[in-house]
Design a protein around this ligand. Structure first.
Ligand code: UGA
Length: 442
């Protein structure tokens, strides 16, 4: 069984590396530097388990990478996993999907194989049917269901847990456009997962596409909701959002996960997908107030931190402010739409002297913020002489710091814990002026 994966971003690369455990996989990518790195078995992103899979797949010669689209011709399954970024108005930019579909179509014209083309990229409902299919048909001169198959198969992996999520997903969603593709995809996954196969839902392509958006925007809504509750807590002495999330989460209808208040959601998916669905429903004449509110809470969440700093320090200008963590979440080197970058820009606008640390994401931060900030390899170096320290990412490296470290190293031990990684009582007794997100103050 041969599989081609077009687009080696997070989802494409992790899918390719995992499928390489059982099948022969070729990854196709336009970025030549990435391709060479991958062919040497090196991971271009920080993702647990990925380096091992790449090394072993490349060494066993079952996993290879190329810039040449021609290599999709030998494949039984061709996964489209290219990016679907936001346009300036927030709506989805399908240009990479369109060009990948056309390029695959041109190769289909040159082969007798009848592969199943699989849409893994997150695309708005109707895209497989009205964008991918016509493009494949036009360029290949073949029709869907005869010359090739087509199936929507959205991805649910999380960065930082991408390999685990791919090897042990909660569910597989399949939206075939033709009967053979549904059967072929099911048997591909049965072979891949064996006896530990996850539940497979076979539905229409439109449902499959919308399941992805509904899932991501529901989780984003949960986060904005708990951040809204956190704001209420902050005005109520005696209130604590963590206790509230715990109490709510015991109700199985609500569930405890994704109720962690924080600086807001970032990353390549939740902000972009919430904007895309919001624009999509608006274009269809459906009110998008709900999604706009989710985004509005998220966009203004870093402002809480700025005001807390202002309340504690008076003016921000010329103050040394340490940001602990710029990755959009722990175990990741990704700073895309990270709230820490948003916060950093806000603080820089107020002329703060920024000191930044992150175990994995300093390179990304440098690309975003350049020479406007100072960068430090360790948290201890970063907080030295600082007037305020703000925890933006829940890295274990930061969790091991003690109250005495902040007291000894900072000019004034004022700490904002936007991820709730520090024990409040212990830190306060230890002399730290600690503000924790979602914790009411007298
Ligand atoms: C998300 C989804 O969780 C995946 O299922 C989906 O496949 C992926 O998007 C995608 O569409 O590709 P990801 O963005 O990697 O995955 O990361 P999450 O773990 O979902 O976290 C997103 C953001 O929400 C992070 O900034 C995180 O810190 C924040 N978050 C998460 C909270 O603030 N509170 C929580 O309780 C959970």
């Amino acid at each position: 069984m041969k599989v081609a994966v077009v687009g080696l971003g997070y989802a494409g690369l992790c899918t390719a590396a995992c499928l390489g455990k059982k099948f022969e996989v070729v990854g196709v990518e336009v970025d030549g530097e990435r391709v060479s790195k991958l062919n040497r078995g090196q991971a271009p992103i920080h993702e647990k388990g990925l380096p091992g899979l790449l090394k072993s797949g490349v060494a066993r010669r079952v996993l290879s990478f190329t810039e040449d689209f021609g290599s999709v011709r030998g494949a039984d399954f061709v996964f489209i996993a290219v990016g679907t970024p936001s346009k300036p108005d927030g709506s989805i930019d399908l240009s990479q999907v369109t060009s990948a579909s056309a390029a695959i179509g041109r190769q289909l014209a040159k082969t007798k194989k009848r592969p199943v083309v699989v849409v893994k990229s997150t695309v708005t409902p109707g895209t497989a049917t009205s964008v991918v299919k016509p493009s494949l048909e036009k360029e290949s001169g073949k029709s869907c269901g005869e010359g090739f198959g087509l199936c929507s198969n959205p991805e649910f992996l999380r960065e930082g847990a991408a390999i685990e999520d791919t090897l042990r997903p909660d569910r597989v969603i399949l939206g075939p456009l033709d009967e053979r593709s549904g059967r072929a995809m099911k048997s591909l996954y049965l072979r891949f997962y064996g006896r530990r196969s996850p539940p497979m839902v076979v539905t229409t392509p439109e449902n499959a596409e919308l399941i992805k958006y509904a899932s991501n925007t529901f989780l984003a809504t949960k986060i904005s909701f708990i951040n809204f509750i956190a704001r209420i807590c902050e005005t109520l002495p005696g209130a604590d959002v963590q206790e509230i999330a715990f109490g709510m989460g015991l109700d199985p209808r609500i569930g405890e996960r994704f109720l962690q208040a924080g600086p807001g959601f970032g990353g390549a998916c939740f902000p972009k997908d919430s904007r895309a669905l919001s624009a999509f429903v608006w274009q269809r004449g459906i009110d998008n107030t709900l999604l706009r509110a989710v985004l509005e809470i998220n966009d203004t969440q870093p402002d809480w931190i700025v005001s807390a700093v202002e309340r504690a320090l008076g003016r921000i200008e010329e103050k040394n402010i340490a940001i602990l963590g710029v990755a959009f979440k722990e175990e990741s080197d990704d700073v895309r739409e990270s709230r820490a970058i948003v916060l950093a820009r806000k603080l820089l606008n107020k002329r703060a002297i920024l000191r930044i640390t992150d175990p994995q994401a300093l390179e990304g931060a440098r690309k975003e913020l350049g020479g406007d900030a100072k960068y430090f390899a360790t948290a201890k170096d970063c907080i030295e002489g600082a007037d305020a320290a703000i925890v933006m990412t829940a890295w274990k490296d930061f969790g091991i710091l003690k109250a005495r470290d902040f007291v000894a190293l900072m000019r004034t031990p004022f700490v904002i814990d936007a991820r709730r990684i520090y024990p409040v009582e212990e830190f306060r007794l230890g002399g730290v002026n600690l503000r924790a997100i979602g914790l009411g103050e007298a």
